[in-house]
Write a protein that binds this ligand. Sequence first.
Ligand code: DX5
Ligand code: ZN
Length: 218
Amino acid sequence: MKTIIAPSLLSADFTNLDSEITKMENAGADWLHFDVMDGHFVPNISFGVPVLKSIKGKFNLINDVHIMISDPYFYASKFIKAGAQILTFHYEACKNDNDVFRTIDLIHSYGAKAGLSIKPGTPIFKIFPFLYSLDLVLIMSVEPGFGGQAFIEDSIDKIAILSKKIKQNNIKCLIEVDGGINGETGKKCVEAGANILVAGSYLFGHDDVEERINKLKL
Ligand code: DX5
Ligand code: ZN
């Protein structure tokens, strides 16, 4: 399977969103990664439903929405109605395993694909109970909240353990990695079993973005 590339909109020039996204589309990106932050679950505030709504249906990129927010169950349907085709919420934002399962079911009931994300400090086995229900797991290779951070090397082991679990049990769940992704770290993640790479600062603001995307796809 070819590696899927998802540029993170958080690193885009917000005064030129149309041309920024078109540039990514023309450079070979597959998905568009929306980093929604509420200033409560993470110490930063980014953007929400209005930005997603303004982009819905205008590009040929899959809207891959990563909600770093508290109470994902309450907000899930709002993001799906606004255009989220994949909605990924945080394990750490849920009260218990039942809350995770009911949020996955809710996302599916609105016709979107469900992703579950874990922070660097959360052990990978915590999300094993949900693998049969999920469309993807998003492994954070930086502390969620900001673009431009350094890749956390321990993430490679988490990817490898999860990939082995998925392959051994023939589970249909994809692995997405997010944070500090560049030519070098991206290659290590794919070798460990990642299917989707999110990249913000490595892609936005560079004239050789097509070369960079091709390098991530190798
Ligand atoms: C961090 C976000 C990431 C981030 C990636 O909380 O979830 O998607 O924007 O940015 P880079 O690729 O610059 O680390
Ligand atoms: Zn993200």
